[in-house]
Design a protein around this ligand. Structure first.
Ligand code: NAD
Length: 400
């Protein structure tokens, strides 16, 4: 019998047989999920020698939910994820025409999943546009609630936009071209600091060397600049003994194992990730910067096909594939299950089952090195053999 995961005093309490809800997803989702689940169960069994086991609980969303319940996102699914705290999902179709709630947005708001976490690292053998892709190994913490996600926008020429412009001009003497569109970008100290805290906690736990705050504070002094200032401030306030600002760091062993706090202007950061990737480890960024950086970084190590993601709050987390449903391959046992599999590794790491996470990553690395890979990788890897989704999973399990 499985038990629920709990969260007490800021820590996960994970039973040996946790119940974890999953959404298999639409399109290729079922193929991918079937493969991923086998890999997870094998990695857990191997790491825990029968002591631990995950009790997977299917919850419905997307097309399958609509067919069975008439709702794209049944309340029962939301209730179950809330009750069990941690869930994993495959890709879902976004029905064109609107009128339905987006699962991601709903969960993000309902469970206050304020950190979108995207680890980006290279697997030997994966085709990449870089000469030395292995030099990049970062974990990006992107703020997931504020900034453009709680942005207010008004269309050019609308009554709202004109009224805001008039207000700003009359009240504060702002200079704005009449008829402009207006966007407002709210960023709070509270929201910024809790994201930076999560990034620092992760760096400490994972033995990572630095946390870099990425911001455009040279232009947006109070929002993006605020992010930088609040980030340094909370590092000093909460982690005085365990972090050191770059300006005070001695380099080498002089830092006494402390995490170095850095900051970079967004545009410079894009250049740095290409030119000096090994100088960066954990990155904390406001919403839009983090969005852009995550995909750019993933491209450097071979694209989104292997990029995992997780949305994490305090005591709630949902992990997911970052690609879509690839509908034209649905049911063909063809696509790459790597993204969901690595999202599972992230989930186990978050829950404190680091041995399981390592086993999964080792298995995937081994399968790719053996060059028996799914079509997306095979067509770009010289000498590779194309295998199906399920055969690829078997290869991973062999290398676990
Ligand atoms: P997509 O990611 O499904 O496909 C883009 C390209 O990548 C296609 O050529 C596809 O075949 C390929 N691809 C995707 N996943 C792959 C995998 N695992 N292995 C190998 N190749 C893979 O994006 P799209 O075509 O823009 O969107 C299709 C549907 O997915 C839409 O309904 C969209 O709304 C939805 N979507 C969902 C999510 C999500 O649930 N997180 C994210 C993006 C798109």
């Amino acid at each position: 019998m499985g038990e629920r995961i709990d969260f007490r005093d800021g820590h996960w309490v994970v039973p040996d047989h946790p119940i974890i809800p999953f959404i298999e997803g639409d399109g290729t989702g079922p193929d991918i999920w079937r493969a991923a689940r086998r890999v997870f169960d094998a990695a857990v069994a191997k790491s825990a020698r029968g002591k631990r086991r995950v009790e997977w609980l299917e919850v419905l969303a997307g097309e399958k939910a609509f067919k069975e319940t008439g709702s794209w996102l049944p309340d029962a699914t939301l209730d179950s994820i809330r009750a069990h705290r941690v869930a994993i999902k495959g890709p879902l179709t976004t029905p064109v025409g609107g009128g339905i709630r987006s699962l991601n947005v709903t969960l993000r708001q309902l469970l206050d999943l304020y950190a979108c976490i995207r680890p980006v690292r290279y697997f030997e053998g994966v085709p990449s546009p870089m000469r030395e892709p292995q030099r990049l190994d970062v974990v990006i913490f992107r703020e997931n609630i504020e900034d453009v996600y709680s942005g207010v926008e008004y269309r050019a020429g609308s009554g709202e936009a004109d009224a805001v412009i008039a207000f700003l001009m009359e009240r504060f003497g702002a200079k704005i071209r009449p008829g402009s569109a207006i966007g407002i970008k709210p960023m709070s100290k509270f929201g910024s600091q809790r994201l930076v805290v999560k990034a620092i906690q992760y760096a400490l736990r994972a033995g990572r060397r630095s946390v870099t705050l990425v911001h455009k504070g040279n232009i947006m002094k109070f929002t993006e600049g605020g992010f930088r200032e609040w980030g340094y401030e909370i590092a000093k306030e909460k982690f005085a003994e365990r972090t050191v600002p770059e300006s005070e760091a001695g380099g080498g062993k002089g830092d006494g194992g402390r995490v170095i706090m850095k900051d970079r202007i967004t545009d410079a950061m894009f250049a740095q990730l290409v030119l000096r990737p090994d100088e960066y480890s954990v990155i904390a960024a406001p919403n839009l910067n983090g969005d852009l950086l995550s995909d750019a970084a993933a491209a450097q190590v071979g694209g989104l096909g292997l990029a995992p993601g997780g949305n994490v709050g305090d005591g709630y987390a949902v992990f997911e594939a970052t690609h879509g449903t690839a509908p034209k391959y649905a049911g063909l046992d063809k696509v790459n299950p790597g993204s969901v599999i690595l999202s599972g590794a992230m989930m186990f790491e978050e829950l404190g089952w680091a041995d399981v996470a390592e086993a999964i990553v080792r298995g995937l690395g081994g399968a790719i090195r053996s060059r028996r890979v799914t079509y997306d990788l095979a067509r770009q890897m010289p000498g590779a053999t194309e295998v199906s989704t399920s055969q690829f999973a078997e290869g991973i399990i062999e290398h676990v």
